[in-house]
Design a protein around this ligand. Structure first.
Ligand code: SF4
Ligand code: SF4
Length: 478
């Protein structure tokens, strides 16, 4: 089988050995979960339960605050009582509203009520999209984009191929590999459901070549699966190279297509779905199960029990019993939610696991890069490394001088935040962190100017104020 790739990229020490080949171990059910109300990219949710309410695992507890497609509901992941609804620290290191549920003495937190099953292939497209939305499914490998929106591109975007993303290029993370190994049938069913919804007849499951042993497993399942009988589903191997799992890089490697600047995968005729998301889609149909559990890798040199685990969403790693998950606090130097290249550094592990948390990494001093930043030495390594062909050093200079427009002209909004430039920079300049902040500032500035425009329009449309009746007592008038 030919091994495909994209240009540039980094050959990283993958550091996957500690959890590679390990099964997904379900953690003991926690007695308490802290469930963030907003775990998706889009419009905010509102809480629809109150403190003191009894809730059942699988029950909806938050949903879109206003009508519109860019929201997905959030569900209780354990059965119990809503104790509090209050802001808590989240994986992105900001405080966000959370619903805190506790299971009482003698209560079974795992008892659940799901939706009735639905055949993924026989129903109408709208019904299938509604099921995916009702299940609260978002992209589990990235920013949490609502899956039902991704699967309904505008009619002018001709999609001819679905890519299932199993590349998993981040160091340490092995959860996608574990999920493919354990649930190939569910994965293929989810893929077939997505193909039915979009009407696309061709799909490729992309893997890095360090997971080549999964190719025959998947090919066998594709051959046997009743749902893929009349579909063209294949497995594509890509070189183990960072950031191969980025959508743009996967599209380039598997299809030799470019996503245009400022564009999305649909502009290159494809939809990319993480393999974990496809499993969640299948379970939403076959089990009626909403997205309430998360499989993830917990690893790093300061984790005594590195493994792939399954936890209810909202679980705090610190609440897991020490015989299941133990840390070496003396050696712990850095906690990362997600992978070490694209994840968020956290000040504590007592942060809830979310729908898009693919891993938590507990790193020692030896595993982390030195933190002290030096001046740019103009070596050009960041430019040579960037697989999006951007000029990180120019973007950084523009951001440092507060010139957001210049940063955008240099490609800020095309940056996929892969962190490769930061990794190779000999001056240890935190380039990707600056780009994230720059993008946030840009979005905030845009939102502010939209608000201003709306306010001005409102003012223009408002009826003129009634004329003032002035009397002779006004000394300023004749
Ligand atoms: S500029 Fe963005 S896309 Fe390019 S290497 Fe840096 S983080 Fe990755
Ligand atoms: S890699 Fe670092 S030191 Fe080299 S040009 Fe880029 S920002 Fe400057």
């Amino acid at each position: 089988m030919a091994v495909r790739t994209f240009s540039r990229g980094l050959k990283l020490d993958t550091r996957k050995r500690a959890t590679e080949g390990k099964p997904v171990e379900p953690a003991p059910f926690p007695r308490q979960v802290v469930i963030p109300v907003n775990q998706h990219f889009g419009a905010p949710n509102k809480v629809i339960v109150a403190a003191g309410d009894r809730v059942t695992r699988g029950q909806r507890i938050a949903e879109g605050a206003a009508p519109g497609p860019m929201t997905v509901p959030v569900h209780a992941s354990i059965s119990g009582t809503v104790k509090k609804i209050e802001p808590r620290l989240q994986a992105n290191q900001t405080d966000g509203l959370c619903v805190i549920i506790e299971a009482g003495e003698g209560e079974d937190p795992s008892s659940a009520v799901f939706m009735p099953p639905l055949d993924p292939l026989s129903g109408a497209r709208e019904e299938a999209l509604q099921r995916i939305r009702d299940a609260g499914i978002v992209g589990m490998g990235g920013a949490g984009f609502p899956t039902h929106v991704k699967l309904a591109p505008p009619p002018d975007k001709a999609i001819d191929v679905i890519l299932a993303n199993g590349a998993e290029c981040e160091p340490y993370l092995t959860i996608d590999e574990a999920v493919i190994t354990e649930k190939p049938r569910t994965l293929i069913t989810g893929l077939a459901a997505v193909m039915k919804i979009t009407g696309v007849k061709r799909a490729i499951i992309g893997l890095e070549d360090n997971k080549a042993e999964l190719v025959p497993v998947l090919e066998e399942e594709i051959r046997r699966n009743e749902y893929t009988k009349n579909l063209d589903v294949t497995v594509g191997l890509c070189r183990t190279l960072y950031p191969q799992g980025g959508e743009k890089m996967l599209i380039k490697a598997l299809l030799n297509r470019e996503v245009p600047s400022g564009g999305l995968p649909m502009d290159a005729g494809c939809i990319v779905q993480n393999v974990g998301t496809l499993v969640a889609v299948a379970e939403a149909f076959t089990l009626g199960k909403p997205l309430i559990d998360r499989d993830l890798t917990v690893s790093g040199g300061a984790c005594r029990t590195p493994k792939n685990i399954r936890v209810p969403i909202g679980t705090l790693i610190t609440d897991l019993p020490p015989e299941f998950m133990a840390l070496d606090n003396d050696r712990l130097r850095k906690i990362i939610f997600g992978g070490p290249m694209m994840g968020n550094a956290a000040v504590t592990a007592a942060i809830p696991i979310q729908k898009n948390t693919s891993g938590v990494i507990f790193m020692t001093r030896e595993e982390t890069l030195a933190d002290s930043e030096g001046p740019c030495v103009h070596c050009g390594r960041c430019i040579r490394t960037c697989s999006c062909r951007l000029s990180p050093v120019i973007m950084n200079i523009a951001l440092e001088s507060g010139d957001l427009n210049q940063a955008v002209r240099a490609g800020l909004m095309d940056c996929v935040e892969c962190g490769s430039c930061t990794y190779v920079c000999p001056a240890r300049i935190k380039l990707v962190q600056r780009f994230r902040v720059g993008k946030q500032r840009l979005r905030a500035a845009k939102a502010m100017s939209q608000m201003q425009t709306r306010a001005e329009k409102k003012q223009e449309q408002a009826p003129p104020p009634p004329e003032k009746v002035t009397g002779s007592s006004n000394p300023g008038r004749a």
